[in-house]
Design a protein around this ligand. Sequence first.
Ligand code: ADP
Ligand code: MG
Length: 282
Amino acid sequence: MSIRAEHLTHLYSPGTAFESYALKDISFEIADGSFVAVIGHTGSGKSTLIQHLNGLYRPTSGTVYYNGEDIFAEGYDLKALRTKIGLVFQYPEYQLFEEDVITDVMFGPKNMGLSDDEARARAKKALMQVGIGESLYKRSPFDLSGGQKRRVAIAGVLAMDPEVLILDEPTAGLDPRGREETLAMLEELHSERKITVILVSHSMDDVAECADMLMVLKDAELKFFDRPKEVFRHVEELESYGLAVPEITYLAHDLIKAGLDIDPTVSTVSEAKAELLKLLKW
Ligand code: ADP
Ligand code: MG
């Protein structure tokens, strides 16, 4: 069970003066149940890439396999795929449209042909998991706060009970607290539902703690696909792509320069703490 991209290439406006590559010969395999972060500067191809994974965009060449099946092969059921691979677009709150919260979240499951009762049960579970309580069910989505709207939109995708949840910059525009809460919620979803999560972000600090694999895109090319720690070794290369390593990794490097014997791949606060405690015992 996995998502496998093979030589995925996407050319926008082919044959015109505006022809440009958004993806160039990208291959990778995402194992079932993993938490993958897709990182890259604006315009690197992140949104284009993820929209190939549930078949919204067709590749110019190359293809995507889901559980061993070519999703762009003739006769493949893309509609069914889109319920298994749920995609939360950037600023998903703009896509809320029903008169109240519960009806909005029930839309996806109803559209899949589930009964009212089943759809409601799915919606309730999803809303609970994103931290939206019953007192908000009958409210208009438009009356909610920005953070609440986004949670409702995520619940709408979750209610389809996807095997894979893809989110395009779910923390964009949120304040630091909203970002932290959203990331904590995603980690919880990942462990509770045992689903694969693919999180698009442009902040290393956002993903260092939660992702077990990191995909780095630069100008339509896949530069790294590895464990975060391995990727963070390449500080200069990442900086040349307009990316930074986590703040805590910079701090570790400063301490090394000051003469301390610390692991240069430290990338979370708890790892840094463990390293410092180890030193203090001397
Ligand atoms: P990211 O999500 O990393 O910011 P995108 O996938 O949106 O990157 O864009 C990758 C490249 O493709 C950029 O150069 C962007 O300008 C271009 N692009 C994106 N969408 C379109 C489109 N619909 N038509 C033409 N070019 C596009
Ligand atoms: Mg994007």
